[in-house]
Design a protein around this ligand. Structure first.
Ligand SMILES: [Mn+2]
Length: 285
């Protein structure tokens, strides 16, 4: 049976009526630590079968907006650039129908294709980026499209505001200080000063694309990532922040990337699925 976000019992999945199209991109080529991010999208979809479709915080059945799930994108044998082009084309097709793309990674480079497509449609786009790592290297292992270079490629398309950062090289640190296209909010500052959310909000344009690398979360609740970093965000704090930051903005699409499933450990997979569902609830009133 094809994998469907929200499970096959969810009747509100018709491609014509859905407001949202979930695009799974099972790609994991440039991983540098734990392997297996190509298995992330299927794990999220399988876990989503167990979602309670009524949301206890918003008191509504979020899935009534209509959530269609596209087939898994066939990119596993492609080089990074060709994979990114394939994602760009698929996301452009979704945006052309005035639907919201939700891209499931797969490694973080999938975001580059999605943002290229979004920028084609929304000229004043900016990017709300959550990650433990600044991803500002110009190239990594000889690849400019490595997961370690994603924010660097993105800021060549649209401004990036990155939160949750707690790992970067000296070169990335200095690059961020000297480049107006990227703003970095470090995790240790976020825990001291709650006002970081307004700084992020004020730095973004009206139309935003959101990219969530799951390693922004603390490994105690999200161990299933390729490159874990201690001291990350927690569930309620993250939800409160994203709900606040996106209120008044036009979210044109988002992705949840870098899930690297651990066998027989379903909680992180389910958390990724519920995170997506909650964010959809915040976006669609
Ligand atoms: Mn990361």
């Amino acid at each position: 049976m094809a994998l469907v976000f929200g499970g096959p019992e969810n009747k509100f999945t018709s491609p014509d009526e859905a407001k949202v199209v979930v695009l799974p991109v099972p790609y994991g080529k440039t991983v540098s630590y734990r392997k297996g991010t190509e298995n992330g999208p299927a794990a999220i979809l399988e876990a989503s079968d167990n979602l309670e479709l009524f949301d206890e915080e918003l008191n509504k059945e979020i899935h009534l907006i209509g959530i269609n799930t596209a087939p898994l994108l066939k990119v596993s044998n492609l080089k990074s650039e060709a994979m990114i082009t394939a994602v760009e084309k698929s996301v452009a097709d979704i945006l052309r129908l005035d639907k919201m793309p939700v891209v499931l990674g797969g490694e973080h480079a999938v975001t580059i294709g999605a943002v290229r497509a979004a920028k084609e449609k929304f000229n004043d786009l900016s990017i709300l980026y959550f990650d433990a790592h600044s991803d500002l290297r110009d190239s990594y292992d000889g690849n400019k499209y490595s997961h370690a270079c994603v924010a660097r490629r993105l800021l060549e398309i649209a401004p990036v505001v990155a939160s949750g950062i707690r790992s970067l090289s000296r070169e990335e640190h200095e690059f961020a200080l000297n480049n107006k296209g990227v703003k970095i909010i470090k995790m240790h500052d976020m825990i001291k000063n709650h006002d970081w959310q307004n700084t992020v909000k004020d730095s973004l344009s009206k139309n935003i694309y959101i990219s969530i690398d799951l390693d922004v979360f603390d490994p105690s609740i999200m161990p299933s990532v390729g490159t874990p970093e201690p001291g990350g965000m927690h569930w309620h704090g993250f939800l409160e922040a994203i709900r606040n930051i996106i209120s008044g903005k036009n979210v044109v699409g988002f992705d949840v990337v870098e899930l690297c499933p651990i066998k027989d450990m379903v909680a992180p997979d389910f958390m990724a699925a519920k995170l997506i569902y909650k964010i959809l609830g915040y976006i669609f009133p």
